[in-house]
Design a protein around this ligand. Structure first.
Ligand SMILES: Cc1cc2nc3c(=O)[nH]c(=O)nc-3n(C[C@H](O)[C@H](O)[C@H](O)COP(=O)(O)OP(=O)(O)OC[C@H]3O[C@@H](n4cnc5c(N)ncnc54)[C@H](O)[C@@H]3O)c2cc1C
Length: 437
């Protein structure tokens, strides 16, 4: 197994009765599911929440990991919108829509859309499947769908911008309507609940990693793969020991992004490596503002409209006791399509200052409460489902060639943990067939 993000860890977990070695380039398993800590307080430093889908198979899966699911359900209001200096709690619910500062016609249009999403929710089963229901929605942008097809005013697109930038890597004008609507379907769903652990989705990654023996080997970067007659040869760089070494495996699951896989796979492995060039990723900065932070925000997820430097924030703990230390995790998706060079060039101190200034402009007084800032940089943070990408993916990319199998959420085209888990499970099934067949 190469890559210990949620997709790789899930595959390894489902194959744990076999001899599985997991190699991870980073210092800890989890990929973008990271946890930070301040004075013993855990906070999400990357991927934060998931959907408790109210579906028996998902429930069994989480329970199998012995995760405290009942404690993870987020109390209402889950989401709140900060717009024009005011809070609008429970913005992703029908009652919440009613109080948004929008013309009545726009509110009615949004309510109709939510009702349509509920109908689609019954018939769409896209994760892991080769079909894309309503494929025409993948050919247009979310902004086009909202404004031209639904006749909603641009204010609606504006209100949804922080959500799209944060969860889908780009604004409504750049993402596929299908992907945007699929995500909004989950937010408005009356069948699923939002769930989160104190340190975010890192807790799921940890539970998966702890089930593995031998443990995940960190600091190990796969550099090259070579299919052989009986398996696969791997060339690995051990950054802890500063040395390279070779390994042989019966089957390899590549659970890393295609931005890396395209450089590791040889052309004769069977994939058209040009296709991987069509995978586009966004970059991300997460800043944890630590101190006695007194910002009052109604939601678990708090979306800030009209602020280019950040999209949303989560407070840990959500309800503080007086004088208690708190962390404000600020999510700062970087502008899509401006490549990661800008992120590599910026100095951490300057980035921290930029984010602090942005927070202070909306929540005056916060800057002087901040005692420490922890910054996390994610290049190639998440796949961006731009229009047409999901259509290209479905059925067009072989999951396996010989004894090499692909995993990772980018194969689903959707940046969410459910996509990573489903892809991990699919890869494990494929590996088992190869190993037993
Ligand atoms: C800041 C942020 C917040 C998010 N918040 C949420 C959220 O709240 N809810 C949600 O559902 N989704 C969220 N997501 C998206 C979701 O978490 C991810 O889509 C999912 O976790 C990705 O898992 P993965 O295994 O596909 O990829 P990754 O997590 O990217 O894992 C890939 C792993 O492969 C390793 N690797 C890469 N190259 C090599 C190599 N050559 N050799 C060895 N190892 C290698 C990497 O180090 C990494 O650990 C968020 C994403 C980001 C960036």
């Amino acid at each position: 197994m190469v890559g210990a993000g949620l997709s790789g860890l899930t595959s390894a977990y489902h194959l744990r009765e076999r001899r599985v070695l997991v190699l991870e380039a980073g210092e800890v398993p989890g990929g973008v599911c990271r946890q930070g800590s301040y004075q013993g307080l855990a906070y999400p430093a990357g991927s934060a929440y998931f959907y408790y889908l109210g579906d028996p198979s998902w429930e069994a899966w989480y329970k199998g990991l012995e995760l405290p699911l009942a404690d993870s359900l987020v109390s209402k209001p889950v989401s709140a919108l900060f717009y024009g200096g005011r809070w609008y709690p429970d913005c992703f619910s029908k009652p919440g829509l009613q109080i948004l500062p929008l013309p009545r016609r726009a509110i009615n249009g949004l309510v109709n859309l939510v009702e349509r999403l509920a109908v689609w929710e019954e018939v769409w089963d896209p994760l892991g499947s080769d079909n894309l229901p309503n494929p025409e929605l993948d050919q247009i942008t979310l902004a086009h769908f909202l404004e031209k097809e639904q006749g909603l005013p641009p204010q609606v697109t504006n209100i949804l911008t922080p959500y799209c930038r944060s969860c889908l890597g780009a604004g409504p004008e750049a993402i596929s309507a299908w992907a945007g609507l699929f995500f909004l379907m989950s937010e408005f769903s009356e069948k699923s609940r939002t769930a989160a652990f104190p340190g975010g989705n890192a807790m799921i990654a940890r539970a998966l990693a702890q089930s593995l023996s031998p443990p995940v080997r960190c600091g190990q970067t796969l550099v090259r793969l070579e299919p052989t007659r009986h398996g696969v040869d791997l060339l690995v760089w051990d950054s802890l020991g500063s040395r390279g070494y070779r390994l042989q495996a019966g089957v390899v699951i590549l659970a890393l992004g295609k931005f890396a896989a395209q450089h590791i796979l040889p052309p004769h492995a069977g994939w058209n490596l040009e296709i991987f060039k069509g995978f586009r990723y966004s970059s991300y900065v997460v800043a944890a503002l630590c101190g006695r932070i007194s910002v009052e925000s109604p939601g678990y997820e708090n979306w800030v409209v009209g602020e280019e430097h950040l999209s949303d924030f989560i407070m840990s703990p959500r309800t503080p006791r007086s004088g208690e230390a708190r962390v404000m995790t600020v999510f700062a998706p970087q502008p899509y399509a401006q490549n990661r060079e800008a992120l590599l060039r910026v100095q951490p101190g300057d980035k921290a200052k930029e984010l602090l200034t942005a927070v202070e402009s909306h929540f005056p007084g916060t800057a002087r409460e901040v005692e420490e800032i922890h910054l996390y940089r994610f290049g190639h943070a998440q796949i961006v489902p731009y229009p047409g990408f999901l259509t290209t993916l479905k059925g067009n990319i072989a999951q396996a060639q010989g004894r090499i199998i692909l995993a990772n959420s980018d194969l689903e085209g959707l940046p969410c943990i459910e996509a990573a888990i489903v892809q991990g499970q699919k890869a494990a099934r494929r590996a088992r067939t190869l190993l037993t067949g």
